[in-house]
Design a protein around this ligand. Sequence first.
Ligand code: GLN
Length: 251
Amino acid sequence: SITVGVLALQGGVIEHLNLLRKATAHISSASSPTSTPQPPNGTPEFTFAFTEVRTAPQLAQCDALIIPGGESTTMAIVARRLGLLDPLREFVKIQHKPVWGTCAGLVMLAEQAAATKQGGQELVGGLDVRVLRNRFGTQIQSFVAPLELPFLGEGAAPFRAVFIRAPVVEEVIAPAPVAGEGNGGEREGVEVLGVFRGEGGEGDVVAVRQGNVFGTSFHPELTDDVRIHVWWLGRVVEAARHGGLVVGNGV
Ligand code: GLN
């Protein structure tokens, strides 16, 4: 079975576990063309186990990990104290296991973070981006908005995106190579998977993927929409099929 962990130092842990469990039902019914881990004979090829991660040995049991929303500075301090920061970096950047960060989790996965107020903080990294923390203001300026996410499939209904002190990707340091140019096995670039267009403005990058590292500014786990969890579990299955070996950063 595939073990998917949710980093449980702080933040929205239970919500992710609940939606992951809900998402598996959709995966076994093979409803999504992009995630079809079910072979023709009808027996699921993989089963999932979901678990909270607070220690390095627990992390080592995982094939994939979600870093939830919460407060990235707090999460980093706790991770440092528990001796988890370096194991997390190894998980993401050396083992290239699939990781998804939501909101504060996206901040943790960025190589660089800028804040509107706070100074530097420790990060896990893995995504060659600079995020701007708290892009849309404080807690009371939280909002929900429909977001087009083409990676969910052609004609997919907009996603109800929940933004809470959300970061945005303000700079992509290593863009994805243009198809056809060929990157000769070099590291993969960053793919922009979602742009939020508020009033005016050119739009903010709120979903990105680089190899096995995926990040969203918003909180799918605070909705009952399983589509992104289903999609991501599909990517996790894909990575497991390829023995978890995906050419990524520095390979
Ligand atoms: N503003 C928080 C941070 O920078 C993220 C908020 C959230 O995860 N909802 O870590």
